[in-house]
Design a protein around this ligand. Structure first.
Ligand SMILES: NC(=O)c1ccc[n+]([C@@H]2O[C@H](COP(=O)([O-])OP(=O)(O)OC[C@H]3O[C@@H](n4cnc5c(N)ncnc54)[C@H](OP(=O)(O)O)[C@@H]3O)[C@@H](O)[C@H]2O)c1
Length: 347
């Protein structure tokens, strides 16, 4: 029997490199894929272990090359963004090629598109498509599930991100620019999704000590707005990011930052769930260092599980928390050093 093969699309970007190195550290055979053959060859040489690393040049406008990639690999981790531009061709090829698909998207419209378009084809092909299994998106989705386990109804659920030291890559900067300019946002209120213009505003969110109450930007246009209501019985969802994150010098002019500088971020992701009057609620959070690494560890954990035959029980398009039991998945990421987790008792 041949070892399962995990492909990384966008392998020589910052996220792709972290994912590739982590997959190798976990004993996986990998294919580095992307549009630039020289960058792929350079990364393969850097990573060493030639017997376990292959390369494949795959421009997104070459359906044949995409098809060859997704028919030869068992799982594909898509790390090239903005996903509004790169997401659909890769996901379509994965579904057609029978290859499990995971991506690092933050973009809620892309994630909604995958749920709307590929649910039935992915189920028919017997594969899982898990968009947004990353820092923004996936961790919020998993934490929302873990915190609300055992609550029968949730009136309001807030995911708050406190981030310092974030240094945007080219891909993240392009993605952020698109999201800031987006006229139509997906929101969730009164039990329904809406798409339309929303004026960004400031709010105050009380993080657990030592951070405490912080001024936030909301709504944060992140994809767990699409996924959380799929598995939490909730009326309103709000996503927020500390306003100070984008006020730090160096956030937007750090495309050439080295990996060590980029690894200097600190984060807390906190979920507060409020139940109907008189029923209380629940909260939980995770705290860590280097959000890029946490993102890579999350997608790699999912890819390794799927490659080993320990993937989701059902096929189709799934959020992170629909794909994997949330609290055990988060605890595994904690054991891998992604962050420290603080969940309500008995979760
Ligand atoms: N949700 C989260 O928390 C989270 C976490 C990490 C990353 N991300 C997302 O992941 C994406 C990548 O981030 P990054 O930090 O790794 O960026 P990066 O270091 O700038 O790398 C971007 C990669 O995407 C490739 N790419 C971009 N457009 C492409 C296209 N049209 N065709 C083929 N390849 C293309 C680039 O290849 P070239 O050099 O050839 O252009 C490069 O390999 C961004 O969209 C970011 O928002 C999200």
């Amino acid at each position: 029997m041949t070892a399962p093969l995990i492909a990384i699309y966008g392998a020589y970007g910052h996220t792709g490199r972290l994912v590739a190195a982590e997959l190798l550290a976990r004993g996986q055979d990998i294919v580095l894929a992307g549009r630039d053959p020289a960058a792929l060859a350079e990364l393969a040489a850097e990573l060493g272990t030639p017997g376990r690393v292959r390369t494949r040049t795959v421009p997104l406008d070459d359906p044949g090359a995409l098809r060859e990639l997704t028919t030869s690999a068992d799982v594909l981790v898509h790390c090239a963004g903005p996903f509004s531009r790169t997401g659909d061709p890769v996901a379509a090829a994965a579904v057609a090629g029978g290859c499990h698909y995971i991506d690092h998207a933050i973009e809620s419209h892309h994630v909604k598109h995958l749920f709307d378009t590929y649910q039935e084809p992915a189920a028919a092909a017997g594969i899982t498509v898990i968009p947004g299994l990353s820092f923004y998106g996936g961790l919020g989705d998993l934490l929302a599930s873990a915190v609300t386990t055992g609550l029968t109804a949730v009136e309001r659920l807030v995911v708050g991100y406190a981030v310092t030291g974030w240094r945007l890559t080219t891909g993240a900067k392009d993605t952020a620019a698109q999201l800031f300019a987006e006229p139509e946002r997906i929101t969730f209120g009164d039990g329904a999704h809406r798409v339309g213009y929303v004026e960004p505003r400031n709010a105050v969110f009380a993080f657990p000590p030592p951070i405490g109450p912080r001024t936030m930007i909301t709504p944060l246009p992140s994809c767990e707005i699409v996924t959380i209501p799929r598995h939490v019985a909730v009326r309103d969802v709000d996503l927020m990011l500390t306003a100070a994150t984008f006020e730090e010098p160096g956030v937007f002019d750090s495309e050439d930052a080295d990996a060590a500088t980029r690894a200097g971020s600190d984060f807390t992701v906190a979920v507060q769930a409020v139940g109907p009057p008189g029923t209380g609620g629940a909260s939980g959070h995770l705290t860590g260092h280097d959000l890029w690494r946490a993102a890579a560890l999350a997608s790699v954990e999912a890819a390794v599980r799927i490659a080993a035959g320990n993937g989701p029980a059902k096929a189709g398009v799934l959020s992170a928390a629909e794909a994997f039991p949330a609290a055990p998945f988060l605890r595994d990421l904690e054991r891998l050093g992604a962050f420290t987790l603080d969940l309500p008792a008995a979760r």
